[in-house]
Design a protein around this ligand. Structure first.
Ligand SMILES: [Zn+2]
Length: 318
């Protein structure tokens, strides 16, 4: 049996896991990122978590074939550097050379959203597919593109930023500095903002009861639960939310027409309540809408484990 370690390096947490040949996670070890810190310190912690999870799995480091890292930001594969990651405050941070030095292992690294997409491809919703796009609806909107079973990171590693396609010209400001990005409307953050806006207009909405009368307590579920009870205002929020997501999905299908689009992140737990309207709206407007065979749209299966599994398997992804 061959074992690999995947490390999910996030702005808040670092999680390392041992993954076997059947894509099972045998053990995990987690710590705080405590950004901003110098890259050498963060890598020292990553190395410590790598050793911890190997020990927890009842293995030794000799049993580990390679280490893979999923990191936020633009990842230069040739240099093994995080060129820029705002939430880590990294600039040209040589994560791969430093971790290779410490661990004595071959180390691979890619962007976190790309890595999560690859995890879903090999072990989750994308099993059996070659061409797949993943979008993750969280605080922001992450994007990963898989072509021919490999991660497609862009010619200079800065592509596949699907969350930053504009879906509302001159819309609300995005974290990237532009206005009207999919991230500003299709993320959980965007849904929460739209839910609050509607609640202020509709004092009688059942959404108020869902959050105990406190707009600060609104989350990504508020509108879904109120809509379940038949609340019209909540249905309008979800109509608008899925309109934006469908716009993004239709753009992806028009440009790439992958075999599969996988929608992940916390909101994707709503399953068909989220995906069915997106599928119906997007696939009805794409150029290929009369084609017999077209892009399938489904929810992710692995949650946060996708990043660990995808990172561990990076050896075959790049
Ligand atoms: Zn943006």
């Amino acid at each position: 049996m061959t074992y690999r370690v995947g490390i999910d390096l996030g702005g808040t947490n670092i999680v390392a896991g041992v993954v076997d040949e059947e894509y099972r996670i045998l053990s995990k070890a987690a710590g705080k990122t405590r950004a901003p810190r110098p890259v050498a310190e963060v890598v020292a912690d990553m190395d410590g978590l790598y050793r911890q999870c190997v020990e927890k799995a009842g293995l030794t480091t000799d049993d580990i074939q390679s280490i893979g890292v999923g990191s936020p930001g633009v990842i230069n594969r040739e240099k093994g550097e995080v060129e820029h990651a705002a939430n880590l405050a990294f600039l040209d941070a040589p994560v791969v050379p430093l971790l290779r030095q410490r661990s004595g292992k071959t180390v691979y690294m890619d962007n976190d959203a790309n890595v999560a997409a690859y995890g879903e491809l090999v072990a989750g919703a994308g099993r059996g597919y070659r061409d797949m796009v993943a979008i993750t609806l969280g605080t922001g909107v992450g994007g990963g593109i898989i072509v021919g079973g490999k991660i497609w990171p862009g010619s200079y590693y800065g592509g596949a930023e699907l969350g930053h396609m504009v879906v509302e010209k001159d819309g609300v400001p995005c974290t990237c500095g532009r206005n009207g990005c999919l991230e500003a409307y299709g993320s959980a953050t965007g849904l929460i903002r739209m839910t609050r806006e509607k609640m202020r207009q509709c004092p009688d909405s059942a959404m108020w009861a869902q959050c105990g009368g406190d707009v600060e307590a609104v989350d990504g579920r508020t509108a879904f639960r109120a809509a379940d009870s038949g609340d019209e205002a909540a249905k309008q929020v979800l109509e608008r939310y899925t309109d934006y997501l469908a716009c993004g999905v239709a753009n992806i299908v028009n440009i790439l027409q992958p075999q599969l689009i996988v929608i992940g992140g916390g909101i994707s737990k709503e399953g068909e309540k989220l995906v069915a309207p997106i599928r119906q709206k997007a696939m009805g407007v794409v150029m290929s809408r009369y084609s017999k065979q077209n892009t399938a749209i489904t929810t992710a299966q692995l949650g946060n484990d996708a990043a660990i599994i995808g990172a561990a398997m990076l050896e075959s992804a790049q």
